[in-house]
Ligand binder design. Structure first.
Ligand code: HEM
Length: 185
């Protein structure tokens, strides 16, 4: 059984579960959102937006849990990795976290200006922090979409870097191994 906590060589089981669960959830939310962008207004679109909002608050909740866990656990050390590699991957990761916090929060503002309510995790109705404003509504949709495309671009850079480590560097810096699940007999 893998260690739950991180070490110099591995992120640990808990961080791995967070990483891969969030990867699937976030990618689904991005593609689902891009699909919403191209849909004409309809009753079905309204229902999809309702589901999208609940799922979005759930992702935000998981991101905060993930960051709390990361804060209290050691991260693996990738021996031999150049300073440029380290700093560039750090910048992309920090930017991804910033957008993963900003997009859901801005999504809540977007919901309020549209005149709708934010139900956290589908359970807790949040008090309205901004008034309904139909002029701001369209501008907020554009900002929400632009931030999502930026996040998607960061995700593609992150994915390309991991492919480079697997196929070009043959994982000599232990980057892939530290995040993949290890199944032992
Ligand atoms: C990582 C999380 C999220 C991503 C990637 C995301 C992405 C998107 C995208 C791409 C759209 C389509 C925008 C367009 O039509 O141009 C959208 C629509 C929308 N999102 Fe999000 N979203 C997220 C979280 C949230 C959250 C947490 C809320 C609110 C609780 C929210 C509220 C909305 C609303 C209300 C719309 C429909 C706007 C409209 O057409 O009136 N989103 N989202």
């Amino acid at each position: 059984m893998e260690n739950l906590k991180g070490s110099n060589y591995s992120w640990g089981l808990v961080a791995k579960i967070f990483h891969w669960t969030l990867a699937v959830f976030i990618l689904s939310q991005i593609l689902f959102g891009i699909n919403l962008h191209f849909m004409d207004p309809s009753r079905v679109k309204g229902e999809l937006i309702h589901f999208h909002k609940i799922f979005g608050t759930f992702i935000l909740f998981l991101i905060f849990l993930r960051l709390a866990w990361k804060f209290y656990n050691p991260s693996p050390f990738h021996k031999g990795l150049s300073f440029f590699h380290k700093i560039s991957s750090k910048i992309i990761q920090v930017l991804m976290y910033i957008f993963l916090i900003l997009i859901p929060i801005q999504g809540m503002l977007l919901t309020w200006v549209s005149g709708s309510d934010v139900i956290l995790l589908g359970i807790i109705k949040l008090p309205r922090l901004v008034e309904e404003d139909f002029i701001l509504h369209n501008q907020y949709i554009d900002v929400h979409y632009a931030m999502t495309i930026t996040l998607f671009t960061l995700f593609l850079i992150h994915l390309s870097a991991s492919m480079l480590h697997i196929f070009y560097y043959k994982d000599k810096y232990n980057v892939w191994k530290s995040m993949k699940f290890i199944f032992k007999k």
